[in-house]
Design a protein around this ligand. Structure first.
Ligand SMILES: Nc1ncnc2c1ncn2[C@@H]1O[C@H](COP(=O)(O)OP(=O)(O)OP(=O)(O)O)[C@@H](O)[C@H]1O
Length: 617
């Protein structure tokens, strides 16, 4: 939505106050000015004067009085049309959502087609079918605006339906209608309210338009549109006759816009979350996640990312990142590193959905829809491929400063100054010049530096770097790693660093999570990794495959035989069992226990479990 004011709360108050005043005029006008509006003075089409501030119409009636008297009918019709649009659209949207997948798909496509038709054209068709008249115009406009509500309702319901508490309600056998009224509609009320105010402004102009072309309110009744129609006949001799209703339509529309804008901006995510919590069933009491440090910045507890058919790609991952800590996530391709990181950044692809017992960054609950401004400024993301991280059609300056300008409301000049400083700090040469360049004019290394500068420009609490050096050559790789370490040490930015290269992880991180087939199999301090003090057979195999760290010079790296199982074909027990040199008979069937290590970490492995006699001693 276009931002009408820089202070949306003030805009909301002004909008509401203005509309209340116009509504009061609407109620009082027929009583106060009703007689003046109908009196034939005999002075037809008189210009603006002290007696008639907006002049008189063709029958000598006072235009100002008629404009004021028309307020009631105009507002009533507009409200009615808005109500029809909202009720019809929300009903249609929820009906589509509660239907089976096939009908839902057809319904959504139909709604899309209806939305793509301009509302006024649709209204003209409906009005032509129903015939001219105020009632027909109201129905026409109501029907024409309803697809917008239907689409918003269906889309929002679908997004809310993926949340934990809705899944829990379904699991508990709550009927669909109750899920709808108790869990879905209260959670999507805010955007619907915003759309209602936008719709009010839209229906006002559309209704006036229909009256203007003679399809709306018919004489002797009149609304602003009808007055505008007659007023335009004399626009050169008495502009006041058209000016009155035109100003009334414009002012009311703008005030409704202020209300919509203010409502959208004041949608407080914490208030919305509290409402959602009130609506959600009481969750079963759950023990706090073990091992969550008191100074944890990011807490991930039992994160699961699944496909629509229920196949889990990430199958219950728990970890924490402390303030100022760099945590590395390492594992073979397909182990679920990126999905874990993207679930944290709320950037998962549409086809998959995440659930978690807890997923939060400081006070920001990432399991609920978070305010885009907070997400965009508190989490920075550096992607693998610098070639695709930026929009090739836009200059670097606009892209680097976008989050700062949009979400922190920093002015253009200030944002550029900060961008230049950030580019300088990541040692990008001629930073002023770079801002004017397009991405293809920069080398891969420079682009990745610019990406890092862009990601840290809003001073995020957490930087997620997903294989940020994989696409770079070795020298540039080392420079980028040094840069990330420098940012961590200088600004205390916590990082989640994803890589399949255990050597890179060992060089940069403080703590390491080893992932295999959608689960964390070992967590260890980087010192233990560097000294080769790993415990899980998979981590050992990974380490053995990295000659730079352990193997004597010239010795070829050991390979890990076999392949990880596909997500849908993982065994109930340890997914590494089929490739493990220390496999025991029950490994594939029983989930391995988390065995604590001396260095403060743990490894999930049956073979590491102390013998009963040993543990008793
Ligand atoms: N959008 C998607 N739809 C279906 N499956 C997906 C999707 N994204 C990822 N997967 C699957 O989920 C699993 C984990 O993927 P993920 O990208 O997290 O692995 P990764 O460890 O980051 O691997 P890589 O190092 O290759 O990026 C893989 O089996 C992958 O094929």
């Amino acid at each position: 939505m276009i931002r009408w004011t820089k202070r949306p709360a003030a805009g909301l108050a002004a909008g509401l106050a203005g509309l209340a005043l116009i509504a009061a005029v609407g109620i009082a006008a027929p009583l106060v000015w009703g007689e003046d509006a109908g009196r034939l003075t005999g002075a037809a089409r008189e210009g603006m004067s002290a007696a008639h501030l907006l002049g008189t119409d063709a029958l000598g009636r006072d235009v100002l009085a008629r404009t004021l008297v028309a307020t009631r009918l105009t507002l009533a019709l507009t409200l009615l049309a808005t109500l029809i649009a909202g009720t019809l659209g929300i009903g249609l949207g929820t009906a589509v959502w509660v239907s089976g997948p096939r009908i839902r798909e057809i319904g959504l496509r139909l709604i899309d087609v209806m939305v793509s038709y301009p509302a006024v054209i649709l209204a003209l068709v409906v009005a032509a079918v129903l015939g001219a008249g105020g009632g027909a115009a109201v129905v026409a406009i109501g029907v024409a605006w309803s697809p917008s509500f239907a689409r918003l309702t269906a889309n929002l319901a679908a997004s809310v339906a993926g949340r934990d508490h809705v899944a829990t309600a379904r699991l508990m056998g709550v009927p669909p209608l109750r899920i709808l009224t108790r869990h879905l509609l209260p959670n999507i009320a805010e955007p619907l309210l915003v759309l209602l105010s936008v719709c009010f402004a839209g229906t006002l102009t559309a209704l006036s338009g229909l009256s203007f072309i003679g399809l709306g309110v018919q004489p002797p009744s009149y609304d602003w549109g009808a007055l505008l129609d007659t007023g335009l006949d004399a626009v050169y001799t008495n502009p006041g006759e058209a000016l009155g209703p035109a100003l009334a339509i414009t002012l009311t529309g703008v005030l409704a816009g202020f209300v919509g804008d203010g409502l959208a901006a004041s949608a407080d995510p914490r208030r919305a979350r509290a409402a959602r919590r009130a609506a959600a069933p009481e969750p079963a009491p759950r023990a706090p996640a073990p091992g969550v440090p008191a100074d944890a910045l990011l807490v991930v507890d039992d994160l699961r990312v699944a496909l629509p058919d229920g196949v889990e790609l990430v199958a219950g991952v728990s970890f924490a990142v402390r303030r100022g800590e760099i945590v590395g996530v390492v594992g073979e391709s397909g182990s679920g590193k990126s999905l874990t990181a993207m679930a944290v950044a709320k950037l998962l692809p549409e086809q998959v959905h995440a659930t978690a017992a807890a997923l939060r960054l400081a006070d920001l609950d990432l399991t609920a829809p978070a305010a885009p401004a907070r997400l965009a400024t508190e989490i920075g993301v550096v992607y693998q491929d610098p070639a695709t991280s930026f929009n090739p059609g836009l200059r670097m300056g606009g892209q680097i400063t976008e989050a700062l300008r949009r979400h922190r409301r920093v002015g253009r000049a200030d944002a550029r100054r900060r961008a230049v400083r950030a580019l300088t700090s990541v040692r990008v040469t001629s930073p002023e010049h770079r801002l004017a360049q397009h991405p293809h004019e920069l080398s891969g290394g420079l682009r990745q530096r610019a990406m890092i500068a862009s990601a840290v420009l809003t001073e995020p609490r957490l930087l997620i770097a997903d294989e940020p050096t994989t696409a770079l050559d070795v020298t540039v790789q080392a420079e980028v790693l040094a840069l990330l370490r420098e940012i961590n040490e200088r600004d205390g930015t916590a990082m989640l660093f994803i890589s399949h290269d255990i050597g890179v992880i060992a060089a940069l991180c403080h703590r390491v999570l080893v992932m295999y087939a959608g689960r964390i199999v070992e967590e260890l301090a980087v010192g233990d990794l560097r000294r080769g003090r790993t415990r899980h057979p998979y981590t050992r195999a990974l380490l053995a495959a990295t000659p730079r760290l352990t193997g004597p010079a010239g010795e070829p790296p050991a390979t890990v035989p076999g392949r990880p199982p596909e997500p849908g074909a993982r065994p109930a027990g340890c997914a590494f069992a089929a490739r493990c040199p220390r496999v025991l008979p029950h490994c594939a069937d029983e989930a391995p226990p988390q065995v604590p290590s001396d260095g403060g970490g743990w490894a999930a492995c049956h073979a590491l479990r102390p013998e009963p006699a040993e543990s008793a001693r």
